[in-house]
Ligand binder design. Structure first.
Ligand code: HEC
Ligand SMILES: [Cu+2]
Length: 373
C-alpha cells in the first residue's frame, strides 16, 4: 500500500461544529483538527487533478516570465533617448497581431485538451468499482449498498451518516437527494457532487490509505447545513469484506435486559401514554419489524461513533443521545425528528440502552480499526 504525503496548499482545518446564536454547546466536536485536503495524494482522483494542475501552473509560470520579459524588453528598447532622432511612428503590425491571437489560442487549446483528458480519466466508472447509493436529506446522509442484499430478507445493506468503503478500490457513488439540494464532498477522497432531488449522478471516490475521513454537505441546505456531516471509513480489503458480510447477515440482537426490552417496546410500538410515536416508523433495524427509512438506518447504531450526522463523536455522542431523543431540534437546529418531551428519564435511558445494544459482531465493527486522518 503506497502512502503519499500532502504536497498541496489546499488544506483546511476543520473547525469544531460551530453554529450561530441559535445553538449552544456544540463547540467541542471531537472531529476538531481533522484535516480536509484536496491535496491528499492517496486518492487517484486527487492525483489526476494534481498532475493536471502542475501542467497548467508550469504553463502559467512560463507565460508570466515570457510576458514580463517582453514588457521590460520593449520598455527598455523603445524608451526615449535624447541623443537619437524620434523613432519611427507606426501603427498596426499584422505579424504581432497574428501572434497575439495565435499563441493564446494554442495555450487555451492545450489547457482544454488537458482538462478533457483528465475528465475522461476520472469520470468513467471502472467495471470493478464498488457501488454505493448516497442520498442527502435534511440534515443527514443515507448510504446504501445496492449490490449487497440482506441474507434471507428483502432490502440491502444500509448505514446512516457513516460510509464504509474498502481502501485501494474505486467506489462509484450515485448521489441524489430527498428534499432540497445538498452536495456530497469528502475532499481527501475525490471531487464533489451536488445531490439533487430527482437526479442521479455517479462519480468515483477512492483512497489507497485506510483511515477515517471527514465529509460534509457543501451546498447551503437549511438551518443545520453545517451539521450535515459524514464519515468515510476506508478499511483494508479483508476487513471491509468482513464488515459487509456481517452486515448482510446481520440480525439485531434481541434485548438482553429489562431496560433494553422497554427500549425495544417503545422503539417498535411507541408509548401512547406519553404521546410517543414509534421510532420504527422512521428508522429501520435489520432483523426486527422496524423498517422505516425516513431517518437514518439504526441497524448497527451501537457500532457507530457519531450522532446527529457527525456533530458528536465518542463520549460526546453518548452524552447527547437522551437530549437528542427528547428534543432533537433543541440540540440540532432545524432537526426534522419529532420531539419526545413526555418520555420519562427512565424511558429515555431505556431507549438509549436499546439502540446502543444494536451492534455488529466485534470482528466486523469498523470503528477504532483504522486511524482518524
Ligand atoms: C418522523 C420520523 C422519525 C421518528 C418517529 C423518529 N425519528 Fe429519529 N430521526 C429522524 C430523522 C429525520 C433523523 C435525522 C435528523 C438529523 O440528523 O438531522 C433522525 C435521527 C435519529 C438519531 C441519530 C442517528 C445518527 O446516526 O445520527 C437517533 C439516535 C434517532 N433518530 C433515534 C430515534 C428514536 C429513539 C426514536 C423514537 C423514540 C426516533 N428516532 C423517532 C426521524 C425520526
Ligand atoms: Cu445538506
Amino acid at each position: 500500500m503506497n502512502t503519499h504525503t500532502h504536497p498541496f496548499v489546499g488544506r483546511l482545518l476543520l473547525p469544531g461544529a460551530k453554529l450561530g446564536a441559535a445553538s449552544v454547546f456544540l463547540g467541542s466536536a471531537a472531529s476538531a483538527g481533522q484535516i480536509l485536503s484536496i491535496g491528499d495524494m492517496n486518492s487517484s482522483y486527487n492525483r489526476n487533478i494534481w498532475w493536471m494542475s502542475i501542467a497548467v501552473i508550469v504553463m502559467a509560470i512560463v507565460i508570466f516570465i515570457g510576458v514580463s520579459y517582453a514588457l521590460f524588453y520593449t520598455v527598455n528598447k523603445f524608451r526615449e533617448d535624447k541623443h537619437t532622432a524620434e523613432p519611427d511612428q507606426f501603427h498596426g503590425n499584422n505579424r504581432l497581431e497574428q501572434l497575439l491571437i495565435g499563441v493564446p489560442v494554442i495555450i487555451v487549446t492545450i489547457i482544454t485538451i488537458l482538462a478533457a483528458r483528465t475528465m475522461a480519466i476520472v469520470n468513467p466508472t471502472p467495471t470493478d468499482a464498488l457501488h454505493v447509493n448516497v442520498t442527502g436529506a435534511q440534515f443527514w446522509w443515507a448510504f446504501e449498498y445496492p449490490n449487497s442484499p440482506l441474507q434471507g430478507g428483502t432490502g440491502t445493506v444500509l448505514n446512516g451518516n457513516e460510509l464504509v468503503i474498502p481502501a485501494g478500490r474505486q467506489v462509484a457513488v450515485t448521489v441524489t437527494a430527498k428534499d432540497v439540494i445538498h452536495a456530497f464532498w469528502a475532499p481527501n477522497l475525490g471531487g464533489q457532487r451536488d445531490a439533487i432531488p430527482g437526479s442521479k449522478k455517479t462519480f468515483q471516490i477512492d483512497t489507497d490509505r485506510p483511515g477515517v475521513y471527514q465529509g460534509n454537505c457543501s451546498v447551503l441546505c437549511g438551518a443545520s447545513h453545517a451539521n450535515m456531516r459524514f464519515k468515510v471509513v476506508a478499511l483494508p480489503k479483508a476487513q471491509y469484506d468482513t464488515f459487509i458480510a456481517a452486515a448482510q447477515s446481520y440480525k439485531a440482537p434481541a434485548p438482553a435486559s429489562a431496560s433494553e426490552r422497554n427500549g425495544y417496546n417503545i422503539f417498535m410500538q411507541g408509548k401512547a401514554s406519553a404521546g410517543a410515536a414509534p421510532c420504527s416508523s422512521c428508522h429501520r433495524v435489520q432483523g426486527t419489524p422496524a423498517a422505516g427509512q425516513v431517518g437514518p438506518d439504526m441497524s448497527f447504531f451501537g457500532s457507530r461513533n457519531t450522532l446527529g450526522a457527525g456533530i458528536w463523536e465518542g463520549k460526546e455522542r453518548e452524552a447527547h443521545i437522551q437530549p437528542w431523543i427528547k428534543h432533537c431540534a433543541a440540540v440540532k437546529p432545524g432537526c426534522l425528528m419529532p420531539a419526545y418531551p413526555n418520555l420519562s428519564d427512565q424511558d429515555l435511558g431505556d431507549l438509549e440502552a436499546y439502540i446502543l445494544s444494536l451492534k455488529l459482531p466485534d470482528a466486523a465493527a469498523y470503528w477504532g480499526k483504522v486511524p482518524v486522518r
